[in-house]
Every structure is written in C-alpha cells, then in structure tokens.
Ligand binder design. Structure first.
Ligand SMILES: [Zn+2]
Length: 213
C-alpha cells in the first residue's frame, strides 16, 4: 500500500463489516449450488444473487459460461470481477468457488445446514467455510476499498468459479483454457479454500506458465 493510507482507519472500517458479512451469508447459503454429479442444478441461482452484490463494488464484472447440458440453464457460470488499480498491468486475484456438496446426514447437524446461523462469532451452515469465507472475503475487501475511496496499487480481481468440488472441469479449468491470458505470470493469486481452526494450514503451490506472458 502506498503511504497516505490510514491503516488503523481501514482496519476499523473492516471491523464494521460484521452485519454486511452476516447478511451476505444469509443471502447465498440458502441458495443451493450443487453439481449435477451431486444431484443439483448447478450454480446459476447462487451466482445471480452474488452478481447483484458484486456489481456494486467492482469496475468490471462478467461471466464466463462453461457449456453443460446436464443443468437447466445449459451452462455453469464463472464470475470474473476486476477493480482497476493504479498499475493495471498486474492483478491480485482471489479465487473462490460457489459450489458446495450436499449436507449429508441431517441428524448430524446441530443447526439447519442451508441457513447461516450466527452463534457468538461463529457462523454455522453448509459451505460457510468451504468456500463461503472465500466468497465473502473477496467481496468484502472490494467493498472496503471502494467505500473508503482507495485505489489498490495493482488491479484487484475476484473469480467466483463453479464446479470445484467435483473436479473444476466447468470451473477454473474452463476459465483458464478459454482465456489463457486472464491470469498472467506477473499476477498474485490467493485461493482461500478450506483450512483449520487456527489458520496454520497453508498450501503453497507454484507453477511455471511457459506459454503465458
Ligand atoms: Zn473448497
């Protein structure tokens, strides 16, 4: 971050996002997003809800549709949202996935799986962590930047992908094959997927993209 940004003020503003975050979870957790392999109709309903939120905070929002005739809409949506930075030649990406898996044995749930139930500082529900936290963090960071009038040093991008739980063929794999230059070798990529309670489980991956700029 460049000098002149009041970091304490930003952090205080982030703390003030609690109600926004709870409302966002309550909006999309009840909208099931299951792959056809899991007996579902894909991610469009959830994607449409999230689009309504995301459009408020990014400069460009578009969808890359992966054709899939097994679902009623005939495709699986992948949302690409970008906020332009001071330097637009690079992007800091947050990649999260919209799909979840079924709730399993309901008798094992203390709280309704397809609701977001807040108990103290914990939210319970199917997919609130994997990968709801990635979705919520990705959107909330943009909201904070936008509302505080902060232009990030490089672009800030969020990809909300479909189809992670059963292989990513209609999700991030499709996106990368369709637009091989979307994520460049100069970019930074964060994939906030599942983890453990104290945040010590971090997977670091590196890949050489010889074909990409
Ligand atoms: Zn996941």
């Amino acid at each position: 971050m460049s000098s002149g940004i009041d970091l304490d003020g930003v952090l205080k503003y982030v703390d003030g996002q609690r109600e926004f975050i709870i409302d966002l979870y309550r909006g999309f957790i009840p909208i099931k997003a299951l792959a056809p392999e899991n007996g579902g109709d894909g991610e469009w309903d959830r994607a449409n809800y999230l689009l309504g939120v995301i459009r408020n905070y990014f400069d460009e929002v578009r969808i890359i549709e992966a054709p899939d005739r097994r679902v009623s809409r005939g495709s699986r949506p992948n949302i690409i949202a970008v906020m332009r930075g001071v330097d637009t030649s690079r992007t800091y990406w947050v990649i999260a996935h919209m799909d979840t898996v079924p709730e399993g044995d309901r008798s094992l749930w203390t709280y309704e799986p397809f609701n977001a139930t807040v108990v103290g500082d914990t939210i319970y529900g199917r997919g609130v962590e994997d990968n709801g936290q990635g979705i919520v963090m990705g959107i909330t960071a943009a909201k904070v930047l936008r509302e505080l009038g902060i232009r990030p040093p490089i672009n800030y991008g969020v990809i909300l992908a479909s189809d992670e739980e059963v292989g990513s063929k209609y999700g991030i794999q499709y996106v990368i094959n369709k637009e091989p230059n979307l994520i460049s070798g100069k970019d930074l990529v964060l994939v906030p997927d599942a983890g453990n309670a104290d945040g010590t489980m971090i997977e670091i991956a590196r890949r050489e993209y010889s074909g990409l700029k």
